[in-house]
Design a binder for this molecule. Structure first.
Ligand code: MF3
Ligand code: CO
Length: 248
């Protein structure tokens, strides 16, 4: 069942999204050579707590950190570590879930460490374009799979791969609710979108093959072929006046 959110839930999710968005803006200044990803995680966690956000990743399925920080060929769920040190040219993706008064927002953004190769800029732009298109399709009366199909078509037309092993999701009191939102599919399938649904849409795309391998830590998901990967995510509300993005 896909939950329809009431006004209070929506206001809280919106607040969570605004605060997360603000924090990731602030984080930009930390993305410099020499900093490790645990320091970045600590900064974000501290800012979340001081702004009234609960870091929902911490404690989720035994995960120990507020954020996932994924570099280069890491697709998602990169584990913050003092041994992962940013260097010039790195492609950094930060994913964070925070709740305000028990209602979640989920978002991911990418950052460049100094200047990056053109292929990094290219994959980042395609992921962002796919997310923006997906959000445009998140309107009352569309089928859920219209979102998926639009992501797949943009990504594949640009020559990139769409990861099958992870998906976007409904979101609310829990970070993961119904429905699953795959980043591939044919349009016209699945539930009809309705006002009050809240979705976390998150294309995860690869330069080469979309096959994934999970590292020994049980979390870090990399491309099997070592190619670059990009991921961006927003939490949105479907309304009769079009999509409302909580996390921008
Ligand atoms: N933000 C991720 C998502 O989109 C979840 C992170 S997994 C966790 O679903 F363990 F870090 F919480
Ligand atoms: Co998510």
């Amino acid at each position: 069942m896909i939950k329809i959110k009431n006004k209070i839930s929506i206001e809280r999710m919106q607040k969570a999204g605004q605060l997360l968005s603000q924090i990731l803006q602030e984080t930009k200044d930390l993305i410099v050579p020499g900093i490790d990803t645990l320091q970045i995680d600590n900064f974000i966690e501290k800012r979340m707590l001081s702004l009234g956000l609960k870091p929902e990743c911490k404690g989720y399925a035994g995960y120990k950190y507020a954020t996932c920080i994924s570099l280069n060929d890491v697709i998602v769920h990169g584990v913050p570590s003092d041994k992962v040190i940013l260097k010039s040219g790195d492609f950094v993706k930060i994913d964070v879930v925070g709740s305000y008064k028990n209602y979640c927002a989920d978002m991911a953004r990418y950052f460049f460490v100094e200047s990056v190769r053109d292929e990094v800029k290219k994959i980042a732009l395609v992921a962002q374009t796919a997310l923006d298109c997906a959000i445009e399709y998140a309107v009352v009366g569309n089928h859920l799979s219209d979102i998926s199909a639009c992501i797949q078509s943009i990504v594949e037309q640009a020559g990139f791969g769409v990861v099958r092993d992870f998906a976007g999701h409904g979101i609310g009191k829990s970070m993961h609710e119904q429905p699953d939102i795959p980043n591939f599919g044919v349009k016209g399938q699945g539930p009809i979108l309705q006002e009050g649904m809240t979705l976390a849409i998150e294309p995860m795309i690869t330069q080469g093959d979309y096959a994934v391998k999970i590292m020994k830590d049980g979390w870090t998901a990399k491309t099997l072929d070592g190619g670059l990967s990009a991921h961006v995510e927003d939490t949105i509300l479907i309304t009769n006046n079009g999509p409302q993005i909580f996390t921008r």
